[in-house]
Design a protein around this ligand. Structure first.
Ligand code: NAP
Length: 519
């Protein structure tokens, strides 16, 4: 490993200020140091991406599919090195790193399969009606086209699946957009290993130089320079609300505003209904405890808020207390995240009307302890601070009448997910609550916990602000490609000049909608 940025096919210099990964389990400072790129190197990465775009957007879907599959193969070649370095940099167990490698290559191959099919382009043809009265109708054809160079910010909590070659990068490359990645300072070595794999694949597949770069350095400096650069046309981000919001505001203030697809904070409310609590409070508490503590709670879909109807709560709370008291503290991803977790849970515990339940809270450096808090719906309704994300293995249980729970659900901000547990009878008796949570969340889960996001064509991993910056989008699943495209229409364009996807002869044999009917 060298510690240098990837400026297209060349490596940056090592002259800039260096930062090191810190092993969160041992506090060891890891080598090498990662050098921030100079302003000239950042500019060079952007200019290379801009110059690669005209060639890359013209690559065929088959060529881009081959590129994505080649990246997946190269990452698999590095699986052992990634497991070792990723574990040391993140404190996550090896099995998780290996599982995430599988998910990452699976995502890349999913987008390759999507490209093979062609329906994602939404090719539409409306043929001319020259003799229509009172006005003739023109021949109009449309399909999705790539936006241009995209910046992707790596996430701290998914060093592979939401990082250098994660879902944002895979969907942007599939769309035909060059990608510049801003590596996360928590796992720069993992980023370097994945970047090498992507560059090897790009060279093997003869992709234009500049189709992919990875830059180290700080978000406020390198990240902001990229987001405000006129050649950059969209941004993908996963992280804090503060960081995401800063990027959204900077992008909106540009002379040419650009879309920022930021996945930020979500507390993923869970509603337990009385019938199901009466039937299986113990099993619900066990499942909840597993969902809450998995990965030391560092998932964007962690269940941070649970509504339990008054009168049905006791068996559930008793069982949950036992599980949480037996749950061990775990190493968190980095010192900043651990400190933020401790501050957020301490603030909740100090809140009047809130009771804390936990095993002995660990003061070991870098560790987060599982815990939950209980309060009444009245307290919750009067305290907006109780809706703040506690990123880690902590959740707030709110006890109230169904009317109070419905009123509290109405006050929630946008969420990635909302889960509801109920018997058939429970569910049919709460239509208003179901309607409210549908308006609040990107994914509704019935009788299941929110952690574990399936990567598939129907997944929506998005939701109204502030869970994401744009509730019309998803960062997981094939619909993620739409974020990096825009629809273009060709009116009365000669057949020879049309993209192949829109020609009458349909040489690529892709699905076309012709005069309102799917062929
Ligand atoms: P972060 O602080 O938002 O950082 C993510 C990336 O954005 C980093 O590359 C960072 O650069 C950059 N960045 C942050 N603020 C910026 C700004 N004002 N301008 C430009 N770039 C900026 O997130 P994190 O480090 O992953 O974790 C911090 C907190 O975020 C956690 O404690 C948690 O609350 C939340 N989080 C939430 C989720 C979720 O899915 N809900 C996931 C991860 C984290 P640097 O490298 O310079 O820091």
């Amino acid at each position: 490993m060298t510690g240098a940025s990837f400026i297209g096919y060349t490596r940056g210099s090592l002259a800039g200020p260096k930062s090191h990964a810190i092993n969160p389990s041992t506090q060891e400072v890891m080598e090498p140091g990662y050098a921030a790129p100079s302003a000239e190197e950042v500019e060079s990465a952007v200019q290379l991406a801009a110059s690669a775009f005209p060639a890359y957007r013209k690559t065929s879907a088959a060529q881009r599919a081959e590129f994505l599959r080649s990246i997946a193969e190269e990452i698999e070649e590095s699986a052992d090195a990634l497991a070792a370095r990723g574990t040391a940099e993140s404190g996550l167990p090896e099995a998780r790193l290996r599982g995430e490698t599988g998910r990452t290559v699976g995502q890349l191959r999913m987008f390759a399969t999507m490209l093979d099919d062609g329906s994602w382009l939404d090719a539409r043809i409306e043929t001319a009606i020259p003799d229509r009265a009172p006005l003739p109708k023109a021949d109009i054809r449309s399909m999705l086209r790539p936006l241009g160079p995209v910046v992707v910010f790596c996430a701290s909590n998914f060093p592979l699946a939401f990082s250098v070659a994660g879902g944002d990068t895979a969907s942007a490359l599939a769309a035909g957009c060059p990608v510049i990645v801003k590596a996360h300072s928590s796992h720069p070595g993992t980023a370097e290993l994945v970047a090498e794999a992507v560059i090897r694949a790009a060279q093997k597949c003869n992709m234009p130089n500049g189709v992919f770069s990875v830059l180290y350095g700080s978000g406020r400096d390198v990240g902001m320079t990229l987001v405000t650069h006129p050649e950059i046309k969209a941004v993908g981000f996963t992280g804090s609300r503060t960081g995401g919001r800063a990027l959204m505001d900077a992008a909106a203030a540009r002379p040419e505003p650009i879309p920022v697809y930021a996945e930020m904070s979500s507390i993923n409310p869970v509603v337990m209904l009385p019938g199901v609590l009466g039937e299986k409070a113990n099993a619900l508490a066990e499942g909840f405890s597993q969902s809450l503590t998995m990965g030391v709670g560092q998932f964007c879909t962690n269940p941070g808020l649970v509504f339990v109807p008054e009168g049905s709560q006791q068996a559930f709370l008793n069982a949950l207390e036992k599980h949480i008291k037996n749950a061990a503290p775990g190493v968190m991803l980095n010192a900043g995240i651990c400190l933020a977790y401790r501050d957020a849970t301490a603030a909740t515990s100090r809140h009047q009307g809130v009771t804390q339940f936990a095993s002995e809270v660990s003061t070991n450096q870098g560790q987060g302890s599982p815990m939950f808090f209980v309060c009444s719906a009245q307290t919750f309704l009067q305290s907006p601070a109780l809706t703040h994300e506690m990123f880690g293995p902590a959740s707030l249980i709110v006890i109230g009448s169904l009317d109070e729970i419905t009123a509290a659900a109405k006050t929630l901000e946008g969420q990635l997910t909302a889960s509801i547990f109920g018997t058939d009878d429970d569910l049919t008796q709460t239509p208003e609550l179901l309607e409210i949570i549908e308006r609040k969340a990107g994914r509704l889960i019935f009788n299941g916990y929110p952690t574990g996001v399936e990567v598939c064509s129907t997944m929506v991993h998005g939701g109204p602000y502030p869970s994401t910056s744009d509730g019309r989008s998803t960062s997981v699943g094939t619909m993620a490609v739409l974020r990096f495209t825009r629809a273009v229409a060709w009116q009365n364009c000669p057949q020879a000049l049309l993209p192949d996807e829109l020609k009458d002869s349909n040489p690529l044999k892709i699905p076309q909608m012709i005069n309102g009917k799917r062929a």
